[in-house]
Design a protein around this ligand. Structure first.
Ligand code: NAP
Length: 270
């Protein structure tokens, strides 16, 4: 049994994945856009993830060298043609005939500077994705940066196999949503599980980590694994050392009192 196996498994649609996976966004170039600065190093991280038994990897749509900042801005509210083109671009870049899971990321509120998901219909773009699914280009559909109302709207259009929103020890706006999705057997895949561009920092986290002889990042991931059975992790890193460290969190046992202390971090952050 590999270390990653100890994280357990959960059904993503009709596919069983290990709960500890990997997010590839950090392999892109500067500012997480474009091709990697060091392609060999990026491939080494991916090979190591596979060698360690990871079977759930989140790739970034922004990786392709053809994607420019201008295109991304235009795609805030994508037309059917732009969405279809994006799926074809993903297929070509990944060398696939069908995409396993496509997460549609809602951009409502982004142009108005919203920090999190904002209400607004996702019917039009999701209908386009559902048509691409019927054509066999997309196997499963998930949602990202969405509210409970948008998830309900999405589930009336097609099967939603996962939800990917921002969540970590210090950013817990989705606590109720995670529990609701768990009741329906839908995976919740937190992005920025380690704090993203603002790495998690907390004296409580550091104290718990020191007591358990672990690193703060390992404790943050172990806490997420304990948070609910439908939480699937895709921590990002560009480093093989950090990857190994993160995957080892599957073996970290958090005692009840450590969970209680860590829960206080969320309570203390507005
Ligand atoms: N749906 C969406 O809108 C959306 C948005 C953002 C991200 N995502 C997905 O979510 C995944 C995870 O998010 P993320 O990569 O942005 O953020 P993250 O996993 O919270 O954190 C990644 C950052 O933490 C650092 N890090 C990783 N492991 C570490 C360790 N053991 N010790 C110290 N530092 C460590 C990384 O630096 P190093 O490279 O130096 O290790 C990187 O700067 C992404 O890869 C992407 O697939 C989705």
């Amino acid at each position: 049994m590999s270390t990653v196996d100890q994280s357990g498994t959960f059904a993503l649609g009709n596919r069983i994945v290990k709960r500890l996976g990997y997010g590839a966004m950090r392999l892109a170039g500067p500012g997480v856009f474009g091709p990697p600065k060091d392609p060999d190093a990026a491939v080494a991280v991916l090979r190591e993830a596979i060698a360690c038994g990871v079977n759930h990897i989140d790739t970034s749509d922004y990786y392709g060298p053809h994607v420019t900042n201008q295109l991304i801005r235009e795609a805030l509210h994508p037309s059917p043609e732009e969405l279809t083109q994006a799926v074809h671009d993903n297929l070509r870049n990944l060398g696939l005939d069908v995409l396993d899971v496509v997460n549609f990321r809602s951009m409502h509120g982004v142009d108005a500077g919203s920090q999190g998901p904002a209400e607004g219909s996702i019917e039009a773009p999701l209908t386009v994705l559902a048509e691409l699914q019927h054509k066999g280009l997309v196997r499963r559909i998930g949602l990202s940066n969405v509210t409970p109302a948008q998830i309900a709207e999405g589930r009336r259009i097609c099967e939603i196999v996962c939800v990917q929103n921002e969540y970590n020890l210090a950013h817990r706006a989705n606590d109720a949503l995670i529990d609701d999705l768990a009741r329906d057997g839908i995976p919740y895949v937190p992005y920025f599980p380690l704090g993203g561009f603002n790495p998690l920092q907390s004296s409580i986290l550091s104290k718990v980590a020191a007591r358990l002889d672990a690193t703060p990042m390992q404790v943050a991931l172990a806490w997420l694994l304990r948070r609910a059975p439908n939480v699937l992790l895709i921590p990002g890193t560009s480093s093989v050392t950090h990857l190994r460290e993160n995957l080892a969190s599957a073996e970290l046992n958090l005692p009840g009192d450590a969970m209680t202390s860590l829960n206080e971090i969320g309570d203390s952050v507005p």
